[in-house]
Design a protein around this ligand. Structure first.
Ligand SMILES: Cc1ncc(COP(=O)(O)O)c(C=O)c1O
Length: 429
């Protein structure tokens, strides 16, 4: 193999563990280095074109290099990259978030979705004076120690709730003891855990549509009611759903307002920017001007927080998303993909569940409805990874072990091309 792509893949493997920027790896024989993105496409270093359903793991909801975002960033970049101090793009972006998000009385920026969930939990502990948090089994909220718990516990480790199982080496056991785990969509079991541990629980964190699994009717509403009764902060992780399921995110989509919500991905327009938004009395605990007189003051800060370049990209993205018809289009493209997948599976007699809402979809090969992590574990993951591999060989870039993201740049033809490839690949199985 002597191509620009092969050479870069080899250099990446040499310098990075596993040749990966994180945990995302492609099959060895199909590995590639992305050279550029445009609209719904990415291109590798040899110029090969792929329809992109990874979309930078979600931020690129307008597609790659959208002209209005490029233009806004080019204009801001002339004025400097970063000031640390307050700046107009940060103010405009925070105002835009507040105008869209039901719970957002105040906003605080940070650098990544993981930082947002980390700070939201710190603020909840500061607000309540209680130490513990409850998360749901199978839920991913980023990479810090408090949430890398029971994200992918193995089927054989059928521990009793609420014991948390660390997903990575290197987490101190004292942290594990501060995290409780509940079964998603089981309100009775969750209520029991919350009532039993109310004196110690600062927060419940939930991704409202966790791993594309729909909340069962009444589940989010029940959580809202119980947490309010027990003085526990309800945190929605809207890193994926924010500005994607609807302009007001999952809060608008499901009609349930949490105390605090975490944002990332879309609001940075592909740059490192995330946010915590929520009740003023909770967010105000991070007010640096009241530090001396507020013993519950919580530290929330970082060198690049509210970076003007990232805020400009995020704002330009939200301005596009706010235009009329945007969410109808995002829903219709997602529906086209989901219905297409269902039709293909049914036509071939393959037992499958197609999950997702808005511009997101995924197919799981299992006959049983997926309502929580344990039912999701029953799917044939090898079949999904084989499909992902074959799709890449067909020029379609997906992350099927997570989800397929669609953008405003995807055309109906892009979806149909992907569906045709899936049809052909599943025929050969
Ligand atoms: C639901 C959810 N929360 C939090 C995060 C963490 O965000 P980041 O990767 O920006 O740290 C992710 C990332 O994929 C996510 O999907």
């Amino acid at each position: 193999m002597s191509s620009a792509n092969a050479e870069l893949v080899a250099r990446g493997r040499d310098v990075f563990p596993g040749g990966s920027l994180g945990t995302f790896v492609l099959p060895e024989d199909l590995d590639m280095v992305i050279a550029r993105g445009a609209g719904s496409r990415v291109y590798d270093a040899d110029g090969r074109e792929f329809i992109d359903f990874v979309l930078g793991s979600g931020p690129m909801i307008l597609g790659h290099a959208p002209p209005s975002v490029v233009e806004a960033v080019q204009s801001q970049i002339q004025r400097g990259n970063s000031y640390y101090a307050m700046n107009e793009p940060a103010i405009q972006l925070a105002e835009k978030i507040r105008s869209a998000v039901p719970c957002a009385e105040k906003v605080k920026f940070c650098g990544s979705g993981s930082e947002a969930t980390f700070y939201a939990m710190r603020l909840a502990r500061a607000a309540t004076g209680k130490p513990k948090v409850l998360k749901f089994e199978g839920a991913y909220h980023g990479h810090h120690d408090y949430v890398m718990m029971s994200v992918t516990p193995s089927a054989t480790r059928n521990e009793t709730y609420p014991v948390a199982i660390p997903d990575t080496a290197g987490i101190p056991s004292v942290v594990r003891d501060q995290v409780l785990v509940a079964p998603l969509n089981d309100l009775a079991a969750t209520r029991e855990l919350l009532e039993k541990n109310a004196d110690e629980l600062a927060a419940v964190i939930i991704e409202p549509q966790c791993r594309l699994i729909d909340p069962q009717p009444g589940f989010l509403e029940g959580l809202r009611r119980i947490t309010k009764q027990l003085g526990i902060v309800l945190i929605f992780d809207e890193v994926v759903t924010g500005f994607r399921l609807a302009w007001g995110g999952a809060q608008e989509f499901y009609g349930v307002t949490p105390d605090v919500a975490c944002y990332g991905k879309i609001i940075g327009g592909g740059y490192p920017l995330a946010a915590i938004a929520g009740r003023a009395d909770i967010l105000e605990l991070s007010n640096p001007r009241t530090k001396a007189k507020e013993p519950r003051n919580a530290y929330v800060s970082g060198t690049l927080n509210g970076n003007p370049l990232a805020a400009t990209a995020g704002l330009a993205t939200l301005i596009e998303l706010e235009k009329p018809g945007t969410y109808d289009r995002l829903n219709s493209i997602g529906t086209r993909m989901r219905e297409g997948l269902r039709k293909i599976a049914a036509g071939k007699g393959i037992a499958a569940q197609v999950l997702g809402a808005g511009p997101m979809a995924n197919i799981y090969f299992t006959p049983e409805p997926i309502v929580d992590y344990r039912s999701l574990l029953k799917h044939k993951s090898q079949m999904a990874s084989a499909l992902g591999r074959e799709l890449l060989a067909h020029g379609i870039f997906t992350h099927l072990s997570a989800k397929m993201y669609m953008s405003l740049a995807h055309s109906d033809e892009d979806i149909d091309t992907a569906l045709q490839a899936i049809d052909v690949i599943l025929d050969a199985k």
